[in-house]
Design a protein around this ligand. Structure first.
Ligand SMILES: C[S@@+](CC[C@H](N)C(=O)[O-])C[C@H]1O[C@@H](n2cnc3c(N)ncnc32)[C@H](O)[C@@H]1O
Length: 324
């Protein structure tokens, strides 16, 4: 073997020795971020209004500075918080756009989504991913919990509430982007049914932007029964496989990916029956269709684990080329 080839091989070996640790300890990032949310680190710094020293932060949170120091060091290394001097010239921790997404409330909060995905209920199915690949199409969630995610949520209201809060985080980001990017979708409509609308947070944002719109938040009875009152939005419980309330247009967000082809056809037929002739519109926001995007790769795997679904742009016959 040429010397350069030997060196290249050796470099690959060395790189592999480093890279393998990403997989050995890959869960650490999720665990530390979850810990930061539970402790309320970003909320404490935000209420303080200026950078916080370690001792200020540890006394506000009521914890020992030593483990907190390690947590903060990890989070700063990932750029989640930044180090800066406070007005007395002492080193402190300051917020970043990313840390604001770890706040429990607020327009940028994604905390509920992280708490949902890192919960034991949602993590357990990931540990049987190989069984899902080998088996007959039962989702890992069903294997782990004995029922699908929606039946499980019906019998475990705390988990259902976590799902609704998590989906509301997404609505706060996506719906304003839609209103800004394609307001014409809502032209000429006086009513809109959000099919599988969860706790109605999507419609809350839509009726605020288009006050002439009457919103119908349609979801399973146990979901709408705890959805709360939103001005301009009527909560209706039912089963989208049976019928969908009538409206000028039907809106679906993060719903069709939960189901296989036949169920999607059934849902869309019920939406078609619900929308009024001559006026009817369907709206199904798709975040991205770029298969090479890393996030889409993760979502595709997630559809195997937690649900029994399929993404419209997933093409099982297309095998990715090895990267050069
Ligand atoms: C992933 S959530 C999406 C929630 C909401 N559209 C959003 O994007 O925030 C899917 C929703 O579908 C609802 N769902 C599941 N099965 C349903 C059914 N048979 N009829 C009506 N809604 C259903 C669930 O209760 C859940 O709220």
């Amino acid at each position: 073997m040429e010397k350069t080839q030997r060196e290249e091989k050796w470099n690959e070996e060395e790189q592999a020795e480093v890279d393998i640790w990403k997989y050995i300890l890959g869960f650490t990032e999720m665990a530390v971020v979850r810990c930061a949310i539970e402790l309320g680190i970003a909320d404490a710094i935000e209420s303080h209004g200026s950078p916080m020293t370690l001792s200020e932060l540890s006394s506000t949170l009521g914890c020992d500075p030593s483990p907190l120091y390690r947590i903060m060091r990890f989070l700063m290394h990932r750029g989640i918080f930044k180090g800066t001097l406070n007005s007395q010239g002492s080193p402190g921790y300051a917020q970043t756009p990313l840390s604001r997404r770890l706040m429990k409330h607020g327009e940028h909060s994604m905390a509920a989504l992280i708490l949902l995905e890192s919960s034991p209920v949602m993590l357990t199915p990931w540990l049987s991913l190989s069984a899902r690949v080998l088996a007959d199409g039962t989702s890992s969630f069903e294997v782990a919990h004995g029922e699908d995610i929606w039946s499980y949520s019906a019998s475990n209201p705390a988990h259902g509430q976590l799902i609704n809060e998590a989906m509301a985080c997404d609505a706060r980001v996506i719906v304003p982007a839609m209103i800004h990017g394609c307001p014409e979708v809502f032209d000429g409509l006086s009513s809109l049914v959000d099919v599988g609308g969860g706790n109605g947070k999507t419609l809350k944002v839509l009726v605020k932007a288009f006050p002439w719109l009457r919103g119908i938040n349609f979801d399973q009875p146990h979901v709408v029964s705890v959805a709360g009152v939103i001005s301009g939005v009527e909560n209706v419980g039912g089963d989208m496989f049976e019928s969908v309330p009538k409206a000028d247009a039907a809106f679906l967000k993060w719903v069709l990916h939960d189901w296989g082809d036949n169920e999607c056809i059934q849902i869309l037929k019920k939406c078609r029956e619900a929308v009024l002739e001559n006026k009817g519109k369907f709206s199904y926001p798709i975040h991205s269709t770029d298969n090479s995007h890393r996030l889409i790769g993760m979502v595709l795997i997630k559809t195997l684990v937690s649900i029994n679904g399929y993404l419209a742009y997933e093409n099982p016959t297309r095998v990715p080329k090895p990267s050069s």
